[in-house]
Design a protein around this ligand. Sequence first.
Ligand code: FEO
Length: 387
Amino acid sequence: MIKNITEKILYVGVDDTDIDLFESQYVVPNGVSYNSYLILDEKVAIMDTVDPRKGDEWFENLHTALAGRKPDYLVVQHLEPDHAGNIARAMELYPDMQVVASEKALKMLPQFFFDTQFEGRAIGIKDGGTLSLGGRTLHFVMAPMVHWPEVMVSYDSTDKVLFAADGFGKFGALCHDEEWAGEARRYYFNICGKYGAPVQALLKKAATLDIAIICPLHGPVLTENLGYYIGLYDKWSKYEPESEGVVVAYASIHGNTADAARKFADMLRAKGAEEVTVVDLSRDDMSKAVEAAFRCSRLVVAAASYDSDVFPPMHDFLHHLAIKNYCKRRIGIIENGSWAPTAGKAMRAIIDRFKDVEVVEPMVTILSRLKPSDMAALDSLADAILK
Ligand code: FEO
């Protein structure tokens, strides 16, 4: 797709609607876009390439949008292959083009493109560095760990455009018109979630810029109501919940733990919980479970014991939360076991790695199946988690 963002900035990115899993792990029912932009000033700059899966289509877009001109610069804001995958091909096609990237990126480039000669063809950028395109200047801001260490974002002070790299990106190809926050949140917490502090640092730097348009590397270009998007990013990167709801996530082998989790969720609803989301960790999408856990202020985990540990789908979920820096939440625990329940202790061992969480008592232990005699303990946990 080619589209004018401003008079001299064109969108030249591509949709990917036939990818099975983004980054080999995230379902993307509406695909994903790999965004790339072209600035046609006195000098011509390409802002990032696209995933090799869609290279041919991108080069066609580029060729059409260039309308006979040649690019002077390829600005590489992020080296992850979904954006950098066509660097070598572009350098071959445009032999006079210079690559412009952070100094960190220049060090990493030969790791990906060991057959490409970068000497004499690459310009290293430091924080605060600039690049004149004649009629306008690009200002570069280093954004390490948003989402890799070499990332930088670029600001066009003429059109007041922030090229935000992975920041403000979302799942979903541009051919699908959908609400922004749901898939942007799932993208953010699963991909950048660990890096709240670097995102906060970038937001502070961005706050000093007069921004009219945000051009991310995935998802739609943001042109209106920017305070809404920036406000959500501020909340997410501070690990603040958006809802006082409860996520009840269960990992059940034969359905008995699932039954307990569902009855517990009904109990929460009956007690007036603001929002209750039940997740079957064996069947529901993991990235959506992670997104829900970050969105809500409270989490209750219910799992069967397994091999003197915890049933693996729960271990996997808690591991995902741990590596994404899950914190600042209240957590309740329900374990099930038929002879020697171990799930609670195993879950607690991972939860204890989370920062600033309150583990709510009592931990509830069920032996094989939920029984009337278990209801009092569940009731106490429901009261405690809602308190
Ligand atoms: Fe869309 Fe971190 O790459």
